[in-house]
Design a protein around this ligand. Structure first.
Ligand SMILES: NC(=O)c1ccc[n+]([C@@H]2O[C@H](COP(=O)([O-])OP(=O)(O)OC[C@H]3O[C@@H](n4cnc5c(N)ncnc54)[C@H](O)[C@@H]3O)[C@@H](O)[C@H]2O)c1
Ligand SMILES: [Zn+2]
Length: 376
C-alpha cells in the first residue's frame, strides 16, 4: 500500500512538457532528484533490450544514479562508455555504438539511452536513427546545455573535418528526462554554456525569459538549482514551440542558430579547445548582433543589454578583431550558407527574431566596422 501510494504521489508530481509532433510526439520531464522518472520513461517504452550510452566523466559522476534508475527494470543492457569531448563527436564513436549494438544482437525493439551532454546525445541519437533503419531512443541530458537545447527537437549527428555537425539526421527521442540533480557535479564553466543557450532562445523568442535571466543572473551564474528550475522549464517550452512549428528547419527553427554561425567558426578555428560550445555561442551572439546593428537591423541598446547579461552570466563577450578575421573562412563554409548569403537570425527587438538572408561580405564588413567603432 505504501508503495502504491508513493507511486501515485510520484505520478501526481509529474508535470511533463509535451512536444506536439503528431505520431512523433513525446514528453519532457523536468525534475530535481527523481531517478524514478527515468525508470518510468524507459518502462513505458517496453524495450526488448537497452543500449546505454554515456561518456567517462558522466559515468564517474552520475553512474550510481543511472544504475538506481535502470536496475529495477531487469532489462538486458549493453553499456557503452565513450571518451568525453567534442573531438570524439566523430564517425569512429558512432561506429563503436553500432558495433556494440550489433555485437549484442539487438532487435528493432532495442532502446538507446543517451545519458550525458550534447555530445553523447547527438552521437547516440544518430546511432539510433541509423541502426536497423531507426530504433527508439531516450535522452537523459546531464549538462544544462543538453537539457535546454540539444536533447530537445531531434537533431542528431557528428562532426566532420570540414566542420561541425555536417553529418546527421532528424530523429525525435521517445522521451526526455531532464533531472537537474545531475548538474550538481557539472563544472561551472560548462553550466554557464547552458546559460548561453538559454539567453539565446530568450533573445529570439521569449522577452519574459530574458527579464527573468536578468533578474536572477547572479544566482544562475552560481548554479543555484532553485533559480535554475523555472528557467530551464521556460527555455525548453520556448524551444518546443519553435520545433513544433518547424521540425525540419525550413524556417523559424533557424532562429535557434543565433550566435552559431560565428560561434561554430570560432570553435573550429580554435580546434575545439580554445572555446567551449556555449562560450563560442555567447561570443557569436554578440558579434552577429553587433554586425546586424551596424546594418541597422537590430537596435544597438538591445545588443548592449544582451552583452551585459551574458557577461553577468559569466560568459565571454568580446573578441579581438584578429580572431574574428582568422575564423572567417569557416563562416564562409558554413552549412547554413545559401550561395553568397547566410540565412541569419536577426533580432528585431527583445524576444523577436526573424530569419533573413544576409550577404556574407556585407556581414563581414559590418562586423569589422562595428568592432572598430566599438573598441575603446
Ligand atoms: N542536437 C542539437 O539540437 C544540439 C543543440 C545544441 C548543441 N548541440 C551539440 O551539443 C554539444 C555540446 O553539448 P555539451 O555542452 O553538453 O557538451 P558535452 O557533451 O561535451 O559535455 C560537456 C562536458 O561535461 C561533462 N559532463 C556532462 N555531464 C556532466 C555531469 N552531470 N557532471 C560532470 N560532468 C559532466 C562531459 O563529460 C563533458 O566533458 C555540441 O556538440 C553541440 O553541437 C546539439
Ligand atoms: Zn548550440
Amino acid at each position: 500500500m505504501a508503495t502504491h501510494q508513493s507511486t501515485v504521489t510520484a505520478a501526481l508530481r509529474r508535470d511533463p512538457i509535451t512536444v506536439p509532433l503528431g505520431d512523433r510526439s513525446y514528453a519532457i520531464d523536468v525534475c530535481d532528484g527523481r531517478p524514478d522518472l527515468l525508470t518510468d520513461a524507459v518502462a513505458r517504452c517496453a524495450p526488448s533490450s537497452i543500449l546505454f550510452v554515456t561518456d567517462r566523466n558522466v559515468k564517474r559522476a552520475r553512474g550510481a544514479a543511472f544504475e538506481r534508475a535502470l536496475a529495477p527494470l531487469g532489462v538486458r543492457r549493453t553499456n557503452v562508455t565513450l571518451l568525453p569531448g567534442e573531438r570524439r563527436k566523430s564517425l569512429a564513436s558512432v561506429s563503436k555504438l553500432w558495433d556494440a549494438a550489433l555485437g549484442a544482437g539487438v532487435d528493432r525493439d532495442v532502446l538507446v539511452i543517451a545519458a550525458g551532454g550534447g555530445v553523447v546525445g547527438d552521437l547516440a541519437g544518430f546511432a539510433a536513427s541509423t541502426l536497423l533503419r531507426g530504433v527508439r531512443f531516450v535522452q537523459v541530458p546531464t549538462t544544462l546545455l543538453a537539457m535546454v537545447d540539444s536533447s530537445v527537437g531531434g537533431k542528431t549527428g557528428f562532426d566532420h573535418a570540414r566542420g561541425k555537425n555536417l553529418i546527421g539526421s532528424f530523429h525525435q527521442p521517445s522521451a526526455v528526462v531532464a533531472d537537474l540533480a545531475h548538474l550538481e557535479t557539472l563544472p561551472v564553466r560548462e553550466l554557464r554554456c547552458g546559460l548561453a543557450e538559454i539567453a539565446k532562445v530568450a533573445v529570439v523568442a521569449d522577452a519574459g525569459l530574458l527579464e527573468l535571466l536578468e533578474r536572477d543572473a547572479a544566482a544562475l551564474a552560481a548554479g543555484d538549482r532553485r533559480a535554475l528550475a523555472p528557467i530551464v522549464r521556460r527555455a525548453i517550452e520556448a524551444k518546443v514551440r519553435i520545433v513544433a512549428e518547424d521540425e525540419r528547419e525550413a524556417g523559424p527553427r533557424a532562429l535557434l542558430n543565433l550566435g552559431h554561425t560565428v560561434g561554430h567558426a570560432l570553435e573550429v578555428h580554435g580546434a575545439f579547445t580554445r572555446w567551449l560550445h556555449g562560450e563560442a555561442v555567447a561570443l557569436g551572439m554578440v558579434a552577429e548582433m553587433e554586425g546586424c546593428a551596424a546594418l541597422g537591423l537590430t537596435p544597438p541598446p538591445l545588443v548592449r543589454r544582451v552583452s551585459d547579461l551574458l557577461a553577468r552570466l559569466g560568459l565571454p563577450t568580446r573578441l579581438p578583431v584578429a580572431e574574428v578575421s582568422a575564423a572567417w573562412p569557416y563562416v564562409a563554409s558554413d552549412k547554413k550558407r545559401d550561395g553568397a548569403a547566410l540565412r541569419l537570425p536577426i533580432v528585431r527587438g527583445e524576444g523577436r527574431g526573424v530569419v533573413e538572408r544576409v550577404p556574407i561580405e556585407v556581414l563581414r564588413d559590418a562586423l569589422g566596422a562595428s568592432r572598430g567603432a566599438a573598441s575603446p
